[in-house]
Design a protein around this ligand. Structure first.
Ligand code: DP6
Length: 402
């Protein structure tokens, strides 16, 4: 526990991962507590490629709670931020009154300064709220000496954030209670369980910002009968099958459930009134490409999934990565003078057989995909021990680089 004496700062920096659901969360039964209408399951992505870093400082000299996100000061009174702050402070107070010895009481009476950055461009449209709220809650808990189950807190920042509190394969159990105490995330398997599993994020060039998940799912709950059917009758069985596929490292079952669940989620978006469209032309081409690739091999080697935007996330096994990346490059030729097309884990170039190209048989679409991030499953949030990683300076204000 960092020391706090006089006007000194107590400062902790942590990082947290992004997660991509293979059984989707879509729809709330309680807007305020963020309680879902169905359980969901995701893979936590490796922080070497995608992460949020957050520094929390507290000091007697701070006048008010403040927050800076990606270099810009934001409104701390925003209800979801307030829920997370209030919950962590409540848990810290509880620990103190329960007689826990080493609880840092400073964090309770003092105001906090929070500074958070992503290591990926916000404009890429990758789910950043999950990593953001997971990191906020994790860092606050470390500053205030709170331990134990914290996914119920990060859930109140953004539903999907509860799954970013763990590494590997994570389920969010929807729960039944009205107070949300049983609506929490649990690790199904750690990231080491399936080392051959690889992830490719295909960042699609989008013209405009799609409808946000929060308001999108609200309209779906109000208007889509397909969503009700999905939550009541489809997801419970799918969760069981998916957990089994993960336990057994059964890629075929994992991949097929992933694609079907993404498709059903987007079908509920079309069933929403007025309809919501997250997939665009490029997304649909990626879907076709994957099915044609799998059909050629008569084997499900690659799976796609899409969230509330046009970016495709591909799950495949190590042995297929080089060829599939080459296929993407061939059918979505990168911009000639653009930046780096492939980021993240290195992927060696390879040559495609004429037979494969013909079997796929699509017209190449120039610039449809801006770049690929190659990654894999990774661990949950962690404390960064090196003080040079702090995003706030000794004055409690963001450093130049943050
Ligand atoms: C399509 O967690 O962003 O990515 O709880 O309103 O903050 P709020 O929504 P959010 O929704 C994510 C929806 C999704 C599917 C998923 O991640 O399970």
């Amino acid at each position: 526990m960092p020391e706090d004496s006089g006007n000194k700062l107590t400062m902790v920096t942590c990082s947290a991962p992004v997660n991509i659901a293979v059984i989707k969360y879509w729809g709330k039964r309680d807007e305020e507590l963020i309680l879902p209408i169905n359980s969901s399951l995701s893979v936590t992505l490796h922080q070497d490629q995608l992460k949020t870093t957050t520094t929390v400082a507290c000091s007697r000299s701070f006048q008010e709670d403040r927050i800076w996100l990606n270099g810009k000061e934001e409104d701390i009174t925003q209800p979801r931020l307030q829920s997370c702050l209030r919950e962590i402070r409540r848990l810290a107070r509880k620990r103190r009154s329960d007689g826990e010895v080493d609880v840092d009481t400073a964090g309770l009476s003092h105001k906090v300064h929070i500074c958070s950055v992503n290591n990926f461009p916000t404009a890429a449209g990758l789910a950043s709220s999950a990593a953001g709220y997971a990191c906020l809650v994790y860092t606050l808990s470390r500053v205030m000496g709170v331990e134990g189950e914290l996914s119920v807190v990060s859930r109140q920042g953004s539903g999907s954030a509860c799954r970013s509190m763990y590494g590997g394969f994570v389920q969010w159990i929807m729960g039944e209670q009205g107070d949300g105490k049983d609506s929490l995330a649990q690790q199904v398997e750690p990231e080491t369980h399936w080392p051959e599993l690889r992830v490719l994020v295909l960042v699609v060039s989008a013209e405009r910002k799609p409808v946000g998940s929060t308001s999108g799912m609200q309209t779906s709950v109000e208007t889509s009968s397909l969503l009700k059917h999905r939550a009541d009758s489809v997801v419970p069985a799918r969760m069981k099958e998916m957990i089994e596929a993960v336990h057994k490292r059964d890629f075929t079952a994992f991949a097929e459930l992933t694609m079907k669940d993404s498709n059903q989620f987007h079908a509920t978006c079309l069933d929403t009134y007025p309809p919501i469209f997250y997939l665009n032309d490029v997304s649909r081409r990626v879907i076709n490409l994957v099915h044609r690739y799998n059909r050629h091999y008569r084997e499900t080697k690659v799976a796609y999934t899409f969230d509330a935007g046009p970016n495709a996330v591909i799950y495949t096994l190590q042995q297929n990565v080089e060829e599939f990346v080459q296929v993407v490059k061939h059918f979505f030729p990168p911009e000639i003078n653009g930046g780096q097309f492939l980021k993240g884990l290195p992927v060696a170039p390879t040559t495609l057989s004429e037979e494969l190209k013909q079997a796929i048989g699509m017209e190449p679409m120039v610039k449809g995909i801006s770049y690929i991030i190659s990654t894999k499953a990774g661990p949950g949030p962690r404390v960064m021990e090196d003080p040079s990683e702090h995003l706030l300076g000794s004055d409690g204000l963001p450093k130049e680089s943050a």
